[in-house]
Design a protein around this ligand. Structure first.
Ligand code: BJW
Length: 221
């Protein structure tokens, strides 16, 4: 298979009990993303945004990696695969993966909106918590919201361009720039594979469909 880059989305963690965003009953059917996942929403009502992420953090504390996370950790150890995730959970790390590229940030990290310093997040945060570096009271989750620049893009794009296989797992392919990675891979002559509950509609060379906890271990084996 050569060099592999795996991009994961919320479907990877669905069977661990963390909700997806756009499936029926998903997170965006219960919350307005403009309120909880934009810098403007945070400026309007920081306590509403913190309540949303504090609840997500508490949910994550009770979640465990599933067989798909474990299979990807094995793939990384055995084949040196690059693991890129849009997920803000840490279930890949809990399954034993290292160097996961969290392009949309991490729930377990806090960031100062004044100076940019980041640190380990407590289970419950509020904007008034002082920054350990500059003491400003502008604490926010270290999450990439709509309109903000995703993290690690240079390294992700370089790894995709140099890959032999690009695999997208459990993502609807609606949020850019991640949604464009498959087109970038195809333009670079990289083979592409989708593993998802059902076809996302993006163009891949090949697809395998079913629950991640079944199809990912079967593909990795
Ligand atoms: C299963 C399963 C099971 C279920 N087994 N599978 C054009 C170009 C560039 C940007 C834009 C553009 N047009 C608009 C934009 C801006 C915007 C954007 O993309 N908007 C779209 C809605 C159109 N993008 C941005 O603002 C991004 N920043 C940006 O673009 O900066 C400028 C820039 C420009 C050009 C180049 C580079 C940069 C930032 C996006 C930030 C996204 N943030 C969120 C929320 C924060 C994190 C959090 O709170 O958790 O991230 S939104 C939300 O969606 C979250 C996710 O990471 C992201 C993707 O969702 P995902 O993972 O795909 O989940 P779902 O629910 O959509 O899909 C689940 C899938 O799983 C489904 O397919 C199911 O079938 C499947 N599934 N159960 C296997 N058991």
């Amino acid at each position: 298979m050569g060099k592999i880059v795996v991009l994961s989305g919320a479907g990877l963690s669905a069977e661990s009990g963390l909700g997806t965003f756009r499936d029926a009953g998903g997170i965006w059917s219960r919350y307005d993303l403009n309120d909880v996942a934009t810098p403007e929403g945070f400026a309007r009502d920081p306590s509403q945004v913190h309540a949303f992420y504090n609840a997500r953090r508490a949910n994550l504390a009770g979640a465990r990696p599933n067989a798909a996370h474990a299979a990807l950790a094995r793939l990384q150890a055995a084949r040196g695969a690059t693991l890129v995730t849009q997920n803000v959970d840490t279930l890949l790390e809990q399954a034993g993966a290292n160097d996961v590229l969290h392009m949309h940030g991490r729930l377990d990290r806090a960031k100062c909106a004044a100076c940019g310093h980041d640190w380990d997040a407590p289970l419950a945060m509020q904007a008034e918590d002082p920054c350990p570096a500059c003491a400003a009271r502008a604490t926010r989750p270290d999450i990439v919201w709509f309109g903000e620049m995703p993290k690690e893009l240079d390294i992700i794009e370089a790894r995709i361009a140099a890959a032999d296989l690009f695999v997208a797992i459990g993502t609807s392919g609606t949020v850019y720039p991640a949604a464009g990675f498959v087109d970038m891979a195809r333009a670079c002559g990289v083979a592409t594979l989708e593993l998802n509950l059902e076809a996302s509609g993006s163009v891949f060379d090949r697809g395998i469909y079913g629950p991640a906890s079944e199809i990912v271990p079967a593909w990795v084996a």
